[in-house]
Design a protein around this ligand. Sequence first.
Ligand code: ADP
Ligand code: MG
Ligand code: MG
Length: 889
Amino acid sequence: MTDYVYDFAHGGRAMADLLGNKGANLAEMTRLGLPVPSGFTITTEACRVFLSTGRPPPELERQVADHLSALERAAGKRLGQADDPLLLSVRSGARVSMPGMMETVLDIGLNDYSVLGLAKTSERERFAWDSYRRLVQMFGSTVMGVDGSLFEETLTRIEDQHHVPDDSRLDVCDLIRTVESFKDLIGERTGRDFPQAPAEQLRQAVLAVFASWNGERARLYRRRERIPDDLGTAVTVQTMVFGNLGRDSGSGVAFTRDPATGRRGIYGDYLPSAQGEDVVSGVRNAVPLQELGALDPASFGQLQEYMDRLESHYRDLCDIEFTIERGRLWMLQTRVGKRTAQAAFTIASDMADEGLITNRQALTRVNGEQLTHLMFPRFAVTGGADVIARGVPASPGAAVGAVVFDSAEAVRRADAGEKVVLVRNETTAEDLSGMIAAQAVLTSHGGKTSHAAVVARGMGKVCVCGAEDMIVDARARCLVADGLTVGEGSVVSVDGTEGVVRLGAVPLVESDVMHYFDSGVPADGTVRDSVRHVHRLMLEADAARHLEVRANADTPQDAARARRFGAEGIGLCRTEHMFLGDRRRFVEAMILAEGDAERSAALAALLPLQRADFTGILEAMDGLPVTIRLLDPPLHEFLPDRTDLAVRVARREASGAPPDARDTALLAAVTRMHEENPMLGLRGVRLGLVVPGLFAMQVRAIAEAVAERERAGGTPRAEIMVPLVDAVEELRLVRDEVERVVEAVSTETGVEVSCPIGTMIELPRAALTAGSIAQEADFFSFGTNDLTQTTWGFSRDDVEAAFFSAYLEQGVFQASPFETIDREGVGRLVRIAVAEGRAAHPGLELGVCGEHGGDPASVGFFHEAGLDYVSCSPFRVPVARLEAGRAAV
Ligand code: ADP
Ligand code: MG
Ligand code: MG
C-alpha cells in the first residue's frame, strides 16, 4: 500500500520531491530537535492523483485519520473538542518553493462550540473570536471560493460603524457579529454553510490546497520561473501555535544573513501580538528583528542559536518563519533563502572562507545570470509614475541619453560627446553604427531575439524592444508615448532590466564588477573589496572548467576587450562588417563587374583593407587562435534597397532627366539577385563557389596578414572557417582553393604560413554527415543560430513576433530555442556531429559560436556534449567562464 502521509518524525530534507520543500524541511527541523509544532505531510503523489483523476486516492482518508489520531493522542486534546480544542493549520508546499502562490488555512477546528472552549477564560475571549473570524474568512475565500474582497468590505463596514481604524480594535461582540456576517455571506454566495464539523473542514481544506496548484497565480508563477506543471503540491497539516495571544506573543521572519547584500548577521522582522500572516502580508508594520532582543531576550537568544544550527546544517543562507506563544519559541518554516545576485556571490565566497563549504561547492551557489546582473549599471529606482513606455526587457542594465531616430544623428552626437538612445521601429544591420554609438536601443517592434535585442546583448548595450504602445515617427523625429511627444534630443532613461522607459535622467549606480573585468586584474592580484567575491569565484571557475572560452569579435577593439575579459581566442570573426561603410562601393563594383578584369580590380581594391583588418585583430589576439569566417550573408545585403532604388529611378524618369546609369545598373542587379528566401539562398559557401575570386581574396588577405605579423615578431594563429556547408564536396572545393592561395602567399613572402581550415556545422545535413565532412576539416564550429532555424524550420526574423509568445504560453517550449539550446532536437544533432566527427577525425577541434555559447543555461550542455570551447560576445565571456566552471563541478 502506498504511504500518502508522513509524520514530521519520518521525513527529511532529502524527501522534498514527495513532501514538498516546506514539509521536508519541517521534518528536518523536527529531526534536528528544534521546537516544531507537531504534524504530518500529505505527499505530492496524492496531489498528482487528485489532479489527474479529480479525486484523492481512496486510501488517503484512512491514512489522514490515523495520523490525526496520533497527533491528538500526543497533544492530549482532540480536534474540535468543546473545551481547549486542538487546532490545525493546513499548508501548501511544492518541491520548489513558490512563496505565497498557493493556499494556507489556519485555525481549522474552530466552530460555534469549540470557539467557546478556546476562549476558556475571559481574557482569551477576544483571541478566540478573532481566530474564528480568521478561519471563517480564510476558509470562505480559499476553500469555498467566495471573493475575498467581500469579506474585507464587510469587515470595513463593521469597523466604520464602530468608528475604529482596524480590526484589532473590535471588541468581542463586534467579532461575534463579524463571524455571523461572514457565515451569512458564505451562505448567500455559495448556497452552502460554513462546515461546522472539524473533520469536514480539514477534508475540504486539503482538497483546496491540492486544487490551488492549478490556480491562476500559481500557474503564472510557474511559467515565469520555469517550474514544471506536473510536480503537484504536498499538504502539511500542523498543530497551531498562537502569536496573537498578547504582548508576550508574536510572529516573525528571519534570515541567517542579509539576502540583499549577503552580509553576515541576522536580519528579519518581528511583529508582536500577531499571527504569521500579518508579517508576511505586510498589513501591519513590523519592527526589526533585533528589537526582539529587548522584548524577549530569552526567545531571541534561542532563535539565534537555532539559526546558527540551521545554517551550519544546511550550509547555506536559511530563511525562517517563527512564532512566539506566551514566551515560547516555535519554528514554523525554514528553507534555503532566495537572494540577490550580489548576496549570492558574497555568501558563497564567505561560506567557503568559513569552511562551511568547499571552493567547488561555492561555485555551484552562483550562476551566469547573476553575474550578468552585476555587470550592468543600474538605476536607483524601480516602477514609478514617470514611466512613459513599457516593452520587453531584452538586454539588462540602465542607460540615460538623448533620443535620436537614426544612426547618422546617433554617431554625430556621440562623436560630440553626447550620450544617446537610438529609437527605431526595429533595427537592421544598417543601424549598427548607431547602436554602437548609443547607450541604449529602444524599439517599438520585435521580441527578445529581434535584431535589436540580439545585437544589443552582444554589445552589452541596454535594450528595450517591442514597446508596442510607443509610436516612433522617424521622419518627424519624435516618438509619442503615454500621451507625450518626445522630440529628438530629449533625455530619457531606459531600464533594460525592468523593460521600462522614463522621461528625464534617472540617477545611475555604477557596476564595480564591470570595471573589474574591463580593467583586468592587477599584477599583484589585489582587487577592490567590492569585487573580491566575484574575483575569487572567477578564479575557481577558471581552475575547474574544461571548456575554453573564446569571443565573437570582429574589430581589434573588441578583440582587446574580449582578451581583458578572459577570452582565450576568437571563435568567430565575422567578415561582413568589413564590407560596409565606405567599402560598399567596392562591393557594388564587384557585383556589377562586367568581366573578370573589372571584378578582379574591385577585389584588388578590397584586399589591402581586409588585410589591415586581419592584421589588427591578429595583433590584439597575438598567440591565441582567431577563427575567421569567410563571407556569409547574401550579397544583396550590401546593395541599396530595391524599393528605394526603383522609386529613385522612376522619379528621375518622370522628371524627364536622363537616367542615372549607376542606379539603373544597380536596380537591374538587385532585381536579378532578389531572393524570396535569402537565408536559404545564395550565401555562405555557395557564394564562395559561384562568385569567382571572392573567397580567394579573403584568404589572401588572411594569409598576408599572418605573414606580416610573423615578420613583425608576433605569433598569429589564424584559422579559416567556411560557413553554411551542407556537403563534404563543398568543403573540399573551397579547401583546395584555400590551400592554393596560402601556398602562393608562403612562396611570395617567404614566410611559412599555415592556417587550419574548418567549417561551421549549422545545417542538419552537415550534422548528419559530419563523419565525411570531418575528413576535410581541421575543426567544426557549431553555428547554433542557423542550426536552430533550419532544424525547427523557424525563420528567426519572423517567428518571434508572430507566435513565440503563444508557444511559450501553451508550453510548446519553456524558453525560446534561439535563447537556450534545444537539447532534444538541435542538441541531438550536435551530439551526432561530435561523435561521428571525432570518430572519423581524432583530434578534430570542436566549438560553438552561436548566441547559445554565452547563454548561461546552454553552456552546461556544451560541456556535456564534450566540446573544446564556446565562443560568445565579449561581454558574455565572464558569464561563459563561470558557467563552464559550474558545469565541470
Ligand atoms: P506560505 O507558503 O505562503 O509561506 P505558510 O504555509 O508558510 O504559507 O503559511 C503562512 C503563515 O501562516 C506562516 O507565515 C505561518 O506563520 C502561519 N502558520 C502556518 N502554520 C502555522 C501554525 N501551525 N501555527 C501558527 N501559525 C502558522
Ligand atoms: Mg511561509
Ligand atoms: Mg550562420
